[in-house]
Design a binder for this molecule. Sequence first.
Ligand code: GDP
Length: 195
Amino acid sequence: MVIKNVELEIVCGVTSKIPDTELPEVAFAGKSNVGKSSLINGLMNRKSLARTSSQPGKTQTINFYNINKFMYLVDLPGYGYAKVSENEKKKWGKMIENYLHTSKQLKAVFLLIDIRHEPSANDKMMYEWIVYQGYDPIIVATKLDKIKRSQIQKSVKMVKEGLNVKPGTKIIPYSALTKQGRDEIWELMDELVGY
Ligand code: GDP
């Protein structure tokens, strides 16, 4: 998709109702600091529309970006930020669960995992949540530029095994610096939203 128009149209807080939108939605989940804002900005060709983590985990909202009046890119709150209270974590979980459960327009969920590290317990839980809600998560392995080319295959395998992904699960390595992987993600999104 050629990005012509992007607008942060809906911001959904803990107490807000999940909006009943008219356009197909694609959502992005990942633990805080994984590179979700950088990926979303990269996909939308914006430098800083999605928040970057100066205050990780602070803003617990679901943000709906309207792209070309054709689809929504949905930014789910980053999870796993240590300094957030148990109560906040619970609220966060309810919000994501509620969104995955309620959205009628959600076509797919992308789950971001840092390519350098083994998936955490929270990552695994998120993966299973998405599956439980009936979606096949698409994995984006972020910060690709931080590993050597010779390590890519091994790291991808580590992520796959760590999450215990279903056979056939797509995993796309991405770098916010080089934008490697961007075209592949967009091809997939175009297909998902029927562009
Ligand atoms: P978020 O909390 O998931 O939204 O993460 P951010 O997008 O704010 O990124 C967290 C930190 O990782 C920031 O310092 C980014 O500059 C850095 N970062 C994100 N993506 C990449 C990447 O692909 N390569 C490198 N080298 N750094 C990245």
